[in-house]
Design a protein around this ligand. Sequence first.
Ligand code: GAP
Length: 510
Amino acid sequence: MSNKGSSEDIFKKIIAHAKEYGFIFQSSEIYDGLSAAYDYGQFGVELKNNIKEYWWRSMVQYNEEIVGLDSAIFMHPRTWKASGHLEAFNDPMIDNKDSKKRYRADDLIEDYLEKLQGKVRKEVDKAARRFKGSFDEQHFMETNPRVIRNQEKISSITQRLKQALENEQLDEVRNIIVEENICCPVSGSCNWTDARQFNLMFSTEFGATADGDNKVYLRPETAQGIFVNYLNVQKSGRMKLPFGIAQIGKAFRNEIVARQFIFRMREFEQMEMQYFVQPGTELEWLEYWKNQRIKWHQALGIGQEHYRIHEHDKLAHYANAAYDIEFKFPFGFKELEGIHSRTDFDLSAHQQHSGKKLQYYDPDKKESYVPYVVETSIGLDRMFLAILTASFKEEKLEDGSQRTVLKIPPMLAPYKLAVLPLTKKDGLPQKAKDIINNLKYRYMCHYEEKDSIGKRYRRHDAIGTPYCITIDHQTLDDHTVTIRERDTMEQVRVKTDEIEEVIKKRLTFH
Ligand code: GAP
C-alpha cells in the first residue's frame, strides 16, 4: 500500500519532498549551499516550533520542580576547559593526499566493516535460495570457508579498532586502514596522511582587543549554560532537590563528515534538561527519566517498533550510567536522545576551575554537597527528521491514483486546518474567511481558493494538514461544512459551530 523502493530511494524522496513543500532548504543555496547547515522553510519552522512546544510543556509546564533557562551561546572560554571539551571533544580524522578529502578515520573502517557484513549476507542469501527449505543458516555460517574468513576478519578488526580508540592510538587506526587497503571513495587511492585528533568546537574572536586573549567558542552543547547557572537558579528560585533546569537552544559542532541530511549538522538545536538530585539517588532518577522520555515519544503515536533503547557499555568520562533512545530512520536505528547520569562531574569541575562553591545546603540532612545530575538531551533537528521520515507515506488509492501524505501527529502539524471555498464566487470565500477568523486564534489555519478541490486536498496531504474544511453552496443555506480527515480521507458534514468540537480532540497537547 505505501512506501515502495529501497530505504535509500525513500530517503532521497523525503529530502526532495522537504524542499519542494517548504520544510527544509540547504543553507545559502544560491551560492551552491553550505554543507551540514540547513534553513527551515515556512512549514518546517511551524513543525519545529510545535516540537519545541510539546517538549517545553511536558518538561517545564507539567513539572513544578523544573524551570526553564535561556543562556548565551558564548560562554567564558574556561567553561570548556572545566567541562573537558577543550581536551577531549575530538574525533579522529585522516586526509587523502590525492583527493584532499577529509574523513573520520573510524567511519572509514566502520564503512569497510559494513561492506564485509554485506558480503556475508550475500553468501547466506545465495545459499538460502539454492537450498530452499532444507537450508540451515547456522550450519552454513559455521562451515562455509568464505563466511568464516569474513566473520573472523570482522571481529578482529572490530576489536583492534575498539582498543585503538580507547587507548587513543591513532597510528594503529591508520595501520588498519592501510593494511586493509581501504581507499578514498573519491580518488580511489590509499595515499593517506597520518590520523590526527580534530577538536569539534568552532572558535571565534570576542570583542576587539589585540592581546590575543579573546578566543571564544560556540557552545557544542547547551548543558554547560545550565551547569554554570545552577546556583543562580537554585538561589533565585529557592529550589529544593530534586529540581530540574530545561533549555532549548543552538549548539555547534564542526563535524568532520556531516551526513544524512539534518541528522548530523554543524549548527543544530538541542532540548536539554539537567535534573539535580541527591548523590546516591541518581540511578533511580535515571530509570525514572528514561521511562518518562519513552512515554513522551510514544504519546505521539508513531509506533513502538520505531524505538529501541541502547544501554551504554562504554561510558563518557563524566557518566556512571547512560542510555540512548534510538529511532528507526530510513538509514537504520540511530541515536535520537541521550539520557545520562552525569554524576557531580560538571558541577565539581566548574567549582574547581571557577573557585566558586556550587553546592546545595540540604535542610533535611543539615549538610552541604555538590548535587548529582541526570540529563536528558535530544536533538531538535533529529526529532524533526524522525517525525518527517516516519510520517512520509506514498499511498495507492482505491481509484488507482496515488497520493503523497505526511501523517504528522496532528498536534505537531504545521497547519491544523485548511479552509477551502469550493469556488471563488457566490460569497463562499467570505464564508471561509469568517470561519478562519473564528478559529485562527487557537489553531494555525490556511485559506486556499486556487485549483480544484482535489488538488488542494493533495497539497494539504503533502504538508500534513490534518483537517480540510470545505465550504460549498449548501453552507450558505444550512450553515454546514464538510470536514475531511487527512489519514482516512473520510468526510463528515457538520454545523459550522460544531467544527471545533470535531477537531480539537486530536489537536491539543495532553
Ligand atoms: N549534553 C549531552 C550531549 O550533548 P550528545 O549525545 O553529544 O550529548 C545529544 O548530544 C543529542 O544532540 C543527540 O542525541 C542528538 O539528538 C543531538 N546531536 C548531537 N550532535 C548532533 C549533530 N551534529 N547534528 C544534529 N543533532 C545532533
